[in-house]
Write a protein that binds this ligand. Structure first.
Ligand SMILES: [Zn+2]
Length: 391
């Protein structure tokens, strides 16, 4: 497992009296979860709004699945967000990636379609289902590559239907997966699996909906590559490559990791049904303990920063939200090179382009060793001289 954390297991005390637990068992193994306290600032992924500091993660001692322990009212609140019209209008898919080979910025869906086109044939019997399809952008990208295929999108948010493509080979579903009766050559779960509460039910449906030789594509944040993703507390589950492989194996699927340079912080997998009897036993994954320890250390470092200069934070992601959550009023602004974000606000504070920063202002670079290139570029391009790195 690739990880930059120390390998020692950290003991985290836990008291059960403060929380109303509903999901104490692993949805797959039916064994009790080991409960781990997360006393760190938590956020909603939509808008990066604060969700308190009283998180609890349940870890399955068998398949290693990490479950966000939420009480009924928290679950209801989360469901209401995903099903809201605001969420449908939120344009969460407009993040772009710069690709050297083609020398331009493209969307996540474009890059995914480039990976997936090799698994599809351009015929009208080819059927594709995207679970958590949002506005259908991935299906639209796929239809540019295999225009004869049939495209089905499923999303619990019915306000997405007007945004979904209207061509005759596109179908939008927003009521339950049980209403879909077709069989698919490709089922996609693009950054959606960790938001699906009934993971057990999800796999039952996928087993029913996939053709015997069909492929299952999964992409999701890899917690071991981006520890801050643990702080996104409106998801039901957290994954590493090892945990995903265990879950797939348990449900009768093999697991091929797709090596790619575009999504270094995600798990990207192509999977297909396999002979259950050959399922390998689950492998242990203790990343969660190292990640919590790492985040606590970052918190302590941030608490030690003095406020003698005006402070800003690089980025407008969960990592920047974490720094802001710890620094509070000490942090005055965010810095982002993406022009769409500048002259806007993030968590109620202004977002500025690095060019318009004053040299006396201090910039927090919270991205550690994996983003050394960002620091070097900022030093040369924007004459950055007052900065503090979190490693
Ligand atoms: Zn389990």
């Amino acid at each position: 497992m690739m990880t930059s954390f120390s390998s020692s297991k950290v003991n985290i005390d836990f008291e059960t009296d403060s929380k109303d637990f509903l999901n104490k068992e692993c949805p797959f193994c039916e064994v009790s979860l080991e409960l781990i306290k997360v006393e760190l600032p938590l956020f909603q992924h939509f808008g990066f709004i604060d969700l308190g500091e009283n998180g609890v993660i349940g870890r399955c001692p068998r398949c290693q699945l990490l479950v966000n322990i939420l009480d009924f009212s928290q679950q209801k609140k989360i469901d209401a967000i995903y099903e809201s019209s605001d969420y449908a209008q939120g344009q969460i898919t407009n993040q772009t990636y710069f690709v050297k080979d083609i020398n331009k910025r493209v969307t996540r869906s474009y890059l995914q379609a480039e990976i997936l086109k090799g698994y599809l044939s351009n015929t009208n019997t080819t059927k594709i289902l995207d679970i958590g399809c949002f506005d259908g952008e991935l299906l639209r990208e796929l239809s540019d590559r295999v225009p004869e295929a049939q495209f089905h999108g499923f999303d619990v948010n019915e306000y997405l239907k007007p945004l979904f493509p209207e061509q005759k080979n596109f179908t939008f579903w927003s009521s339950g997966l049980e209403n879909i009766k077709e069989k698919f050559d490709l089922i996609c779960l693009s950054c959606s699996m960790m938001y699906i509460k009934d993971m057990h039910g999800l796999f039952k449906h996928i087993q029913r909906l996939i053709k015997p030789e069909g492929k299952l594509f999964i992409q999701m944040p890899d917690m071991s590559m981006n520890p801050y993703s643990l702080l996104l507390a409106d998801q039901y589950f957290y994954f590493t490559p090892c945990i995903l492989k265990n879950i797939l194996s348990q449900n009768g699927f093999d697991c091929t990791f797709i090596e790619n340079d575009c999504f270094p912080r995600d798990v990207v997998v192509i999977s297909k049904l396999t002979d259950r009897h050959r399922a390998s036993p689950p492998k242990e994954d203790l990343n969660i303990y190292q990640i919590i320890q790492y985040l606590r250390e970052q918190k302590e470092k941030l608490e030690a920063i003095s406020d003698e200069s005006n402070i800003g934070v690089l980025g407008t992601t969960v990592t920047a939200a974490f720094v802001d959550g710890i620094l509070g009023d000490k942090n005055l602004f965010f810095v982002d090179e993406n022009v769409n974000r500048t002259e806007s606000s993030f968590r109620g504070k202004k977002v500025v382009h690095p060019k318009s920063m004053d040299r006396s202002e201090k910039l927090i670079l919270p991205y550690g060793p994996s983003n050394k290139s960002i620091k070097e570029r900022f030093l040369s391009e924007f004459n950055l001289n007052n900065f503090e790195e979190l490693r």
